[in-house]
Design a protein around this ligand. Sequence first.
Ligand code: SLL
Length: 188
Amino acid sequence: QKRVRGVTVARPIIYGNSTVLLTEEERVGTDHTHRWTVGVRSAASPALPNPHPSQQIGGADDLSYMIKKVTFKLYETYKNPLRSIEQPPFEVTETGWGEFDIIIKVFFVPEANEKPLTFNHHLKLHPWPVDPILYAQPTATGEPGMPVPPDGAAPLPAPVLSPVHSWQYEELVFTEPTEAFYATLLEH
Ligand code: SLL
């Protein structure tokens, strides 16, 4: 396809994950502790309010005008670890107990004639490391290095364990897009 000379178009996205702790009932009979969603989303402002915690990050815009599919390569013990998502939302929700790296591969619509892009995302389940001064819980005796509130002071806040969000901002840059893809991009 003919390309548009001297033109660059950028589209902002985010990729990453949000995680919540499983409830006590959900933990019966499994060693899994967390439910997480990994995905690729628009970086546009979300429509508010949105009651679902995993949906509070990123925009709800449909990216399928430029993205044909996204694959997520999960830890090998998951059933069918190479997940291929061919329509929006481009995300995978799973449960688990540990953090690992997920390879995210973004494939563009055929008219773009662009090579797929690969991102590596470290799936984040735990909020730590957190600020040890803010969050260390003092013991009755006061362990060395642990802050103890002075007499009469309010106890230190407990760390917030859930939800946890880890998202990266990225700009998809299309240099000299094909004429067909350029027309599509300008519509969005
Ligand atoms: C770790 N290297 O040891 C990492 C591996 C793997 C996490 C973490 C469950 C997988 C399944 C799960 O969360 N695995 O049920 O298939 O921390």
